[in-house]
Design a protein around this ligand. Structure first.
Ligand SMILES: NC(=O)C1=CN([C@@H]2O[C@H](COP(=O)(O)OP(=O)(O)OC[C@H]3O[C@@H](n4cnc5c(N)ncnc54)[C@H](OP(=O)(O)O)[C@@H]3O)[C@@H](O)[C@H]2O)C=CC1
Ligand SMILES: CC(C)(CO)C(=O)C(=O)O
Length: 350
């Protein structure tokens, strides 16, 4: 029998094969942390993402999680505390009318580290989520956060400074959650990338996973610009929709609603440009292409929070705009009105 050949790569010199051997367990000696790639017929085979751990099974997490469950060669674990586990056992998560049999893991259970940790909680749950997934994190575990806003990647970096983190946002998904029932007509796509430009292999591995799972994606040339574009979108439509209690149809029909949304977006454009991120009026038009394709009955995540009486992510939207605007000396009066109005009608985050 012919043994497979392995190439051993150190974490910090992944481009340089440091040894070839036929005994995979050799990589235990002196080279950790490291990764192995199998060589097949003389060609390097990409190390596939096989173990995925997801935390946050709401609108976004359940929607993308249901796709990841269908990916071949992938094991998906959903990290939940005891209370949530009991709740999901009593009332299973339903996505587009189908009960989904997720595999739940408690934070203290012993597990193999994941290849990829996917985070889909709201911002006020992020600090706890980063504690709860600790047993799923090994030296090479990749992180992707699907949270809105521009802060979560830095928060992950603070807790897991040595792990690869890709930036990501989901665009044009119209998922709505009611209790543990999630429905969507479009999953949109995940725009993701490596802000450091140093980890093209990691981007490729995630791209290959999304292909296998049937999750739409794009890898833009400048992921930080895309993050700010999405931030502009959320500052505009999430906040205006929350105050007007307006689903997407209202923004498709009403020039007034659309104008308020665009006024809030323009303040993001102004601060972004001061920071060297070249957003412009065209970026509002680009969002219109997305907006007019969304289900008229669909609702932003912030409107869903308001209707469910939950705290909102306002501190991550206008809260951030006001903070950065003050630092840069850029006036942000529209966001100040939105900030105060949203805080007036919603409970504060714990
Ligand atoms: N909804 C949408 O269409 C979109 C949302 N987003 C962004 O994605 C992120 C998630 O939003 P969304 O899915 O709507 O939020 P949801 O409120 O629907 O879901 C968040 C989920 O995380 C769970 N959760 C929180 N903390 C933990 C924890 N420690 N362990 C396990 N589960 C936990 C919550 O459980 P529980 O309910 O029990 O507290 C809830 O099920 C937000 O940042 C949002 O802005 C981005 C694009 C679109
Ligand atoms: C862009 C939008 C409005 C829908 O995907 C969103 O990000 C949200 O609802 O939070």
């Amino acid at each position: 029998m012919q043994l497979p050949t392995y190439i051993i790569l150190t974490q910090h010199a992944e481009k340089h094969a440091v040894a070839g051997c036929t005994q995979p367990n050799l990589y235990m000696f002196g080279l950790a942390p490291c990764r192995m790639l199998e060589v097949e017929k003389g060609e390097l085979r990409m190390e596939r993402i096989r173990r995925v751990s997801l935390i946050g099974l709401g609108a976004v997490g359940a929607a993308y999680g249901s796709r990841l469950l269908m990916a071949t060669e992938t094991e998906l674990s959903v990290v939940v505390d005891r209370t949530r586990k009991d709740r999901y056992r009593e009332r299973p998560v339903v996505v587009n009318g189908q009960d989904i049999a997720f595999s739940y893991v408690l934070p203290d259970e012993d597990v193999e580290p994941a290849d990829l940790v996917l985070i889909a909680v709201k911002y006020d749950g992020l600090a706890q989520a980063l504690k709860d997934i600790r047993r799923h994190v090994g030296p090479n575990t990749i992180f992707i956060s699907l949270l809105n806003g521009i802060a979560s990647e830095d928060d992950i970096r603070d807790v897991y400074p040595n792990n690869p983190i890709l930036h990501a946002v989901c665009i044009a998904i119209d998922a709505v959650r009611s209790g543990s029932d999630v429905t969507f007509s479009s999953l949109g796509y995940i725009s993701f990338g490596d802000a450091s430009g140093q980890q093209p292999d990691i981007v490729e591995r995630v791209r290959e996973l999304f292909e296998r799972a049937g999750i739409g994606y794009e890898v833009p040339a400048d992921i930080l610009r895309t993050m700010w574009w999405k931030f502009m979108i959320n500052v505009g439509i999430n906040q205006t929709s929350a105050i007007l209690r307006a689903p997407y149809g209202v923004f498709q029909q009403s020039t007034d609603a659309h104008t308020v949304m665009a006024m809030a977006m323009r303040e993001v454009i102004a601060i972004a440009r001061q920071l060297g991120i070249e957003l412009s009026e065209d970026d509002i038009d680009r969002f219109d292409d997305v907006l007019y394709a969304m289900a008229p009955t669909g609702k932003t995540s912030m409107l869903q929070d308001v209707e469910a009486g939950r705290p909102t992510e306002v501190e991550q939207l206008s809260g951030r705009v006001l903070q950065i605007g003050r630092q840069l000396g850029v006036p942000t009066p529209v966001n100040e009105v939105l900030y105060r109005a949203i805080r007036a009608i919603t409970p504060a985050s714990p």
